[in-house]
Write a protein that binds this ligand. Sequence first.
Ligand code: FES
Length: 240
Amino acid sequence: MADVKIKVLRYHPDVDTEARYDSYIVDARENMTVLDALFIILTEQDQTISFRCSCRLGMCGSCGMIMNNKEGLACRTKIAKLGSEITVRPLRNLPIIKDLAVNMDPFFKQWQRIKPYFVPTEEAANDFAVIPPESDRREIIDQNIDCITCGACYSACTLVSLDDSYIGPAALNRAYTLVADERDQGTKQRMEVAAGEDGVLRCHTLFNCMEVCPKKLAPTWSIQKLKTRAVTAAFKGGSK
Ligand code: FES
């Protein structure tokens, strides 16, 4: 492959009054990812550039960023798919710590609100509560269980951009995954938040979250299922 120009957004809130783009030329090799290119820039051209990563395998979610205007994981995005000029910038809707590294606190504050952990029923707490892998019940849970909390959907969500009190697609997807799990008994508390003023009814079904999810999850559909549940409960006079 030929040289590739990589424009990286640079911003340090303690020092800079505004963001700028710095350009770097990288000799792109076959199968090179955006994360590989950032490491080449860091080690060979500019040691002041900041970005975050850990696993380099698409599992930890820490390398989420926007590449040529679309959210994704830098460690799973091949240079060859992006062309000869690539623009890299940090996720939206999250404060910039420096350059491509963002503060994930707003994302995880929303994540916490929906009680993101399994709350076992008495039966499930005392013994393994088995749901057969091939069963329909398992299929419902499996569909959206692989979220790696990278924040790509939170960044792409127009409704979060308009009002960050909205819980957002990742947390609501997690809420549905647990609500759909018959072994869990946290549904009432979760639905009170999910059906509340910051919850599912704010979603305008724009599908931005689904377009960018690197794990091909479908938060929009999870939100629709929670909406159905919330509206049905409202007709029946409850929150569950
Ligand atoms: S470095 Fe872990 S997902 Fe990219």
